[in-house]
Design a protein around this ligand. Structure first.
Ligand SMILES: Cc1cc2nc3c(=O)[nH]c(=O)nc-3n(C[C@H](O)[C@H](O)[C@H](O)COP(=O)(O)OP(=O)(O)OC[C@H]3O[C@@H](n4cnc5c(N)ncnc54)[C@H](O)[C@@H]3O)c2cc1C
Length: 497
């Protein structure tokens, strides 16, 4: 990744005698005793970290801050990421309108390759145990869209392009952190930092053996966040004993997601007792699959030949739960099983009505993968001179497609807290004057969402018992509300599906 000339001074909170020029790639690093000091060091250059840095650079109030990004991956590759128009990454996300508006506000949306973005205007969600329990979300086609599907890499590349167009930051990619500790005791400050109490600053030791110090250290370093560990922030949560199977699919017809179609584009999700299966439209005849299922079923899906994998996905939107369970007992032959079952009881009207997706006809090579799913929530997003954002702060079940959106909302909120501190002459690392504002703004909001999505998971995991008819009644009742309050609320929350 090309690094500009990050010759930023520390923000005015530090006395001018301490300001110094920082050119990380072209200079010798400082020693641990006299480290380079940044206003903000962000560890992790995923969507959350990059959007925070872009927001800070884009705002007049914070554009002068000295910023550093530490990322273990090669950001050059991320910036040059390219796939032909008939191929899509299997890591795609559904961006809610507020995420899209945040990306626009920080100038990143104009760098998105819109030919790889698919807005959708409808969602069909139904209970696998009862085909009559459905809920439909509809926007007047073609705009406004409920949400936009695109690849995570498209978002990352756009954020990097936007960052590149702004005042340079220090990009330390292909670099991981080996240690984080607080600075030396106040009795022995390096001469050029005599006026700073560096003992309160997190010092980050890099794999290159160099050390940088942060007035504010941000952990945007994903689920296993080393920054969170350093900060001693506990998490609560559990593993779902479920895997998310993802793949890029090609459908037989574009009818359900052709932008020219006056009906608009539809996303589908069916709640099976093992977990929901979702088919989210990508441009053209392509779609992204996210199928939450047991580790055993995920392993079976990944072991199938392509024809049988496709047949099992088609069956998951069409057959009864009992029939589908039976298909999982077979080590092969799902295609002929589906053909036989459909010849006995065809289900053509549902597809014609757009109630179920068009048939999957092929799967992009090497796009089938799976991820273990868990819920994690940090007990706090902030502590002394440290803040967590994105998956480092919370990991959510993908059934509502909210993880990346929550990370973008964290970035927006933290950037606004930093802006508030700067405009009030306060220290950006101060819990009272900056970080508490972010923690209060986001923790409870995210906790509610994590709780709601977790309850949905458990509610729909139940195969039988008194709750099953009630959840059907619940879905039908919400659907019957039309565009009134509760349904609109669901639509807003479910913008990510
Ligand atoms: C199956 C599945 C489907 C999903 N679908 C959706 C969806 O539709 N919509 C949605 O909003 N979300 C979705 N999500 C969630 C979404 O993908 C994540 O929430 C999001 O990518 C997290 O972004 P992040 O920037 O917080 O973390 P990450 O993307 O994990 O980025 C963390 C970065 O930190 C770097 N890093 C880690 N450790 C270090 C270190 N020690 N030193 C330096 N760098 C380090 C990593 O290289 C990485 O670049 C889905 C998730 C799954 C599993």
């Amino acid at each position: 990744m090309a690094v500009g000339n990050p010759s930023k001074a520390l923000s005015p909170y530090i006395c001018s005698s301490c300001s110094r020029s920082l050119k990380l790639r072209s200079r010798k690093f400082a020693t641990a005793a006299s480290p380079d000091i940044y206003d903000v060091v962000c560890v992790g250059g995923g969507p959350a970290g990059l959007s925070l840095l872009t927001a800070l650079r884009s705002s007049k109030a914070t554009s002068h801050l000295s910023l550093a990004l530490v990322e273990s991956q090669d950001l050059d590759r991320a910036q040059k990421w390219h796939l032909p128009p008939d191929q899509y990454s299997n890591r795609a996300s559904s961006l809610t309108p507020s995420s899209q508006s945040f990306l626009s506000q920080i100038g990143a949306w104009s760098h998105i390759d819109t030919s790889r973005v698919q807005p959708y205007q409808h969602m069909r969600v139904w209970d696998g145990l009862s085909s009559t329990s459905r809920i439909s979300f509809d926007s007047p086609a073609p705009e406004p869209a409920i949400a936009h599907m695109t690849e995570n890499q498209n978002i990352i590349r756009a954020l990097l392009a936007r960052l590149d167009s702004l005042e340079p930051i220090s990009l330390l990619d292909k670099t991981s952190i080996t240690d984080i500790h607080l600075g030396p005791p106040p009795s022995s400050p390096a001469p050029e930092h005599a006026s700073l109490n560096l003992s309160s600053y997190p010092h980050v030791t890099l794999s290159s053996k160099h050390t940088i110090a942060a007035r504010l250290l941000v952990g945007a370093d994903g689920l296993n966040s080393p920054v969170r560990t350093f900060a001693g922030i506990q998490t609560r949560g559990w593993d779902y004993d479920r895997h998310g199977v993802v793949a890029t699919l090609k459908l037989s017809s574009e009818s359900s997601h052709n932008p020219e179609n006056p009906r608009g584009v539809t996303a589908y999700q069916r709640f099976l007792p093992t977990g929901p299966i979702a088919l989210l439209a990508l441009p053209g005849p392509y779609a992204s699959l996210v199928w939450t299922t047991t580790p055993t079923q995920a392993a079976r899906l990944k072991s199938l030949n392509i024809e049988d994998f496709i047949a099992t996905v088609n069956a998951a939107f069409r057959l009864s739960v009992v029939d589908l369970d039976y298909m999982f007992t077979l080590s092969s032959g799902q295609l002929s099983e589906l053909q036989w079952r459909e010849s006995v009881s065809p289900n053509t009207s549902a597809e014609a009505n757009g109630d179920i997706p068009a048939y999957v006809t092929s799967v992009q090579e090497s796009s089938i993968a799976s991820f273990p799913l868990r819920l994690r929530h940090a007990s706090s997003y902030t502590t002394h001179r440290t803040a967590l954002i994105g998956d480092a702060a919370h990991t959510i079940h993908p059934l509502a497609g909210q993880g990346l959106n929550m990370g973008l909302a964290d970035s927006k909120s933290l950037a606004s807290a930093v802006e508030y501190a700067i405009t009030h002459g306060a220290d950006t690392g101060s819990e009272m004057n900056c970080l508490d504002k972010y923690n209060i703004d986001m923790w409870m909001r995210n906790n509610r969402l994590l709780g709601a999505v977790d309850k949905l998971h458990w509610l729909y995991s139940v195969k039988s018992g008194p709750v099953v008819p009630f959840r059907g009644v619940g879905l039908r009742a919400v659907d019957a509300l039309g565009d009134l309050g509760l349904k609109r609320w669901f639509m807003r929350q479910a913008g990510g599906l």
